[in-house]
Every structure is written in structure tokens, then in C-alpha cells.
Design a protein around this ligand. Structure first.
Ligand SMILES: [Zn+2]
Length: 336
């Protein structure tokens, strides 16, 4: 199969054989050792293929941890039909530096897709994944979190399509993940995202936002690991019932929507962000979400208001904020 040939050439393993194989994809970089993207393929007979990627941004850690554990422990006998491709760290230089963008070229991997074979290191990573790995998959779950700057209700994000059956398949898988929330969202700057490339190739896609503030918690790791197994069950690759990891003591997942830019509150000043409300708070339009203090404390703090009423889905996490950075995303409960 032509699609497997590119994978075989880059990863040096045959993705069409049953069993478990681990390797890496080497990305050449001028003047230094190649970047090595770890990759594990577990296959047991014909069936769908789900690809999991982690470490797209280097300050988001649930994906790398849960996927490294999955790659170590998943056995072919755990699968009933199909294939799992596991890439715990698709941006190793950023992960090693703990930064959103790569220190090698300053690029944000999730704005570089579909990438370039002869581009910068980050563009080359995107190109290798687009050309060799995405064509093998029926679905992609790209595991993110809020990074240093943000914290989210652990969730799976998805997009709305003109084709209602496609939106339906996206939402069904989103619900099966059983994160504390699913959210249908309109995102800023979709050009260059792995989302856009995967969706253009026809994959079912979920961008998982599993926590944030640049840290792991026992809950966010549990939600991630449970969600990964649930996705494999949803696609019929693993047997068994869906499970729910408790989060903040609750087990009832919610479905949210933020389908216009009107849901984003953007900071009106730079300084120190003092939040008044936390994740899951119900707020009304115009309610103060927090305030931004000048560093010298001499000006009156700039109050930041909720742009719409709803549930606080995301809020700024790091102590400092810059003007126009997102203060919060306030989402509506979905009826879907
Ligand atoms: Zn991210």
C-alpha cells in the first residue's frame, strides 16, 4: 500500500503487520543530531486506526505522560480489531525546553501543518507527520492542555462541519472520551493546525485540552488515560464499557459550545491578573471575571468582564497577562 510505504521508509517498521513495534522518525536538522519522534504501532487484525499525538506544544504534559505509558503497556492482545499509533512527543525540542514553540526555529508546530520537506526543523516535523502518519489513520486525537498561560476544563474540542453527519461523528467520539467537557468551538488562526490538515484528509479529529498551567494533576492524568481507552472502545478497537474518571468529585460530563469569537474575553491591559472566578463558574454577561493590576500598583485595576453569560471553560493561568491575551472563554451549554 502506497500510504504504508512512506511510513515504512521514515519509521523503519511495517505498520501493516500484527504485533507491537516501536521505533522513531528521524527529522534531519542541519548542524546537529536529528530530532527523533518516538512512535509505537500496535495492531491486531483489520480494523480502524486511531492515532494519538502528544507534546505538540512543549508546555503541555498530560499527552506525553499518558501516551508514554500507553506505548509501554499496550499489547496486541488488548485489541480486538484494528491499529493504534502512539506518538507521545511530536515536538521533542519544545518539550525539552518546556516551551510552546520550538527553541530551534521559534515556530509553533501547530501552525506549521501540512509542513515542508525542506523547511525549518518544525516545518519538517509537520511534513513527516502529514505525509507518513496521518494517511494511515481514521481518527486523530491530539493531546494538548492550556500550557503555561491557560487552564481549561479537561475537555475534547471539536469543530462544526457543513456535513451534519461529520459533526455527529465528531460529537459522538467527543462524548465517548468522557472528559469533564466536550466543546464545539470556533478557533482563532486555524491555518497551519494539525486539526485542519487531519480534517482535510477526512480523519475524525479531537483536540484534547486536558488541564493547563504547565502542570499535571492526578485528575487530569486520570481523565487522559481513561479517555484514551474510551476512544479505542468507541472505535471498536478495544472491547469493554466506557469509563468515567472523576474530576472535582463529579462524574457528569457536559457538552459546551463557543461557536463565535464573542465567547472570548481579551485582556484590556497588561499586568498581573487577579481572577475572581474559576473554571466551571456560571457567569452573566458583563460580570467581572477578574482584574489586571499595573505592576507598580499605582493605577486603578482594569476590570475584565464576561463577554457573554455562560460557563467559564478556560481562564488565564499565569500571574502576568498581556493586553489582548485571552482572559477567559465563556461557553454555552449545548443542546446537541
Ligand atoms: Zn497545545
Amino acid at each position: 500500500m502506497a500510504t504504508s510505504e512512506a511510513f515504512r521508509r521514515l519509521a523503519g517498521i511495517d505498520p501493516d503487520k500484527d504485533g507491537k513495534r516501536s521505533s522513531h522518525i528521524a527529522i534531519p536538522v542541519r548542524g546537529r543530531a536529528p530530532i527523533r519522534l518516538p512512535i509505537t504501532v500496535v495492531r491486531n487484525g483489520d480494523g480502524p486506526t486511531v492515532l494519538f499525538t502528544g507534546g505538540n506544544h512543549g508546555d503541555e504534559f498530560e499527552g506525553p505522560v499518558a501516551l508514554a505509558k500507553l506505548a509501554r503497556h499496550l499489547r496486541p492482545g488488548d485489541l480486538v480489531a484494528g491499529r493504534v499509533i502512539i506518538m507521545p512527543a511530536i515536538n521533542p525540542p519544545a518539550l525539552a525546553a518546556g516551551t510552546r514553540a520550538s527553541p530551534l526555529d521559534g515556530r509553533n508546530l501547530n501552525r506549521m501543518f501540512p509542513g515542508r520537506a525542506d523547511g525549518t526543523p518544525t516545518e519538517r516535523i509537520a511534513h513527516a507527520i502529514t505525509s507518513a502518519v496521518l494517511p494511515l489513520a481514521d481518527a486523530l486525537y491530539d493531546l494538548h492542555a492550556g500550557g503555561r498561560n491557560a487552564v481549561m476544563i479537561p475537555s475534547v474540542m471539536g469543530h462544526v462541519f457543513k456535513d451534519a453527519s461529520r459533526t455527529g461523528a465528531t460529537v459522538a467520539a467527543m462524548k465517548a472520551f468522557r472528559a469533564p467537557a466536550g466543546i464545539l468551538i470556533k478557533e482563532y488562526e486555524t491555518a497551519g493546525m494539525i486539526d485542519t490538515t487531519a480534517e482535510r484528509l477526512g480523519l475524525i479529529f479531537g483536540c484534547c485540552e486536558l488541564g493547563g498551567a504547565g502542570m499535571l494533576t492526578p485528575e487530569t492524568v486520570a481523565v487522559t488515560e481513561t479517555g484514551i481507552r474510551n476512544i479505542l472502545k468507541h472505535f471498536g478497537i478495544m472491547a469493554g464499557r466506557l469509563e468515567t474518571a472523576p474530576w472535582q468529585g463529579k462524574r457528569r460530563p457536559r457538552l459546551l459550545e463557543a461557536l463565535s469569537y464573542g465567547h472570548y474575553a481579551k485582556a484590556t491591559a497588561s499586568g498581573i491578573f487577579e481572577p475572581f472566578v474559576d473554571l466551571t463558574a456560571k457567569v452573566r454577561a458583563g460580570q467581572p471575571l477578574g482584574q489586571v493590576h499595573a505592576l507598580d500598583g499605582r493605577r486603578k485595576p482594569a476590570v475584565q468582564e464576561a463577554p457573554v453569560g455562560g460557563v467559564v471553560y478556560m481562564r488565564h493561568a499565569f500571574g502576568l497577562i498581556e493586553r489582548r491575551q485571552a482572559v477567559a472563554i465563556v461557553a454555552h451549554e449545548s443542546r446537541r
